[in-house]
Each structure stands twice: as structure tokens, then as C-alpha cells.
Design a protein around this ligand. Sequence first.
Ligand code: MN
Length: 208
Amino acid sequence: MAHELAPLPYPKEALEPHIDALTMEIHHGRHHKAYVDNLNKALAGHSALEAKPLEALIADLASVPDAIRGPVRNNGGGHWNHTFFWNLLAPGKGGSPSGDLAAAITAAFGSFETFKEKFEAAGLGRFGSGWAWLVVQGGKLEIVSTPNQDNPLMGKSVSGVEGKPILGIDVWEHAYYLKYQNKRADYLKAVWNIVNWDKVAALYAAVR
Ligand code: MN
């Protein structure tokens, strides 16, 4: 079963003015599509790996043959990360988390405002391309970042970090350059207006 590119869960212009329609169109329709296509190309002929669910595949890269491990890491990571990202954004959301998640954020970072500052710093501090993540690790919330299309699910030996992601923000230039140019900090601040905290809270509840 080949991996497939799902449609965006909202129209491409739905996240305006925070993320513009053209960026969404290119990011989903070309960048994300290329990760899916190149993943399928890499897996072609490896029937056991082709049948493996995406999350299981990227969480066990050691079982992928050397010859295709790099492409599977980059494109499998790219496919998982973008699918995760689209589904954690939504028009008319933003605001702040509530309930258990809000309490956990306050416990881990002092306040929601401090959490946002630290998360933005993780995204800004990632040199080149990558992702900023909020993960649950050993029952605690942590902010981490990864290069390229690496992901905490790949484990420490691959991505340098570990934990179950409950929020991930793309900080590749392709995610923001058309509207924000070099101002990654402005993009990161704008994204708070479209984070779907209900989804993040549901992931947090599921991980616990
Ligand atoms: Mn991207």
C-alpha cells in the first residue's frame, strides 16, 4: 500500500492572514507531495517496509536497509511531520490551552507566556531547516528541536531527541518565506493564532 497525500483539513486560504494561501498551496501540494512521492519511490520493492504504518517505519529506522535509510528518514519524516503539522493548525483557533494540558504547561515552564517564549526560541535557534516540538518525555513536557525532517519519534540515536510529539512547528524557510521573508520570529509569533489547542490537548491525554 503506497503512502498517500491527504488533502489539507481546511481550504488553503483558511489560515490567512497568518499563513498565506500561496504558501499553503506550495507547501502542501509540492513540498509535502514530494516527500510522499519520494518515500514511495524509496520503499518500492521492499514489500515488508511498504506495508508498515508510517509511524512504525520512522520509529525503527534501524530496521531499514542502509541503501534506503537516508531517503526513508528524510521523506518518511517529511510525510509524518507535515501531516501532523496540518492537523494541529486550524482557522479561528489560537488562544491558550485549558484543563490538564494548561496545568502541565504551567508546571513545566512557569506560565503559558514563558512556554511560548521558549518554544519560539527553540524554533529560532534551529540553524537552517528543521522543526520545533513540544513532546511528552517520561511523563513530562519538554521543548526540543530537530534538523531537517527528523522527528523525536526516530529516537535519540537518530534525531538527538526523544519523546511523543504533541505539537510541531515547521521552521523551514519554505513554511514562511513568501510572506515573512527572513523574519522567522514573526512567523513563529503568528502561528500561535492558528494552533488548535483542543487537538494538542487530545494528543496529550492520549500519550498520558
Ligand atoms: Mn515544510
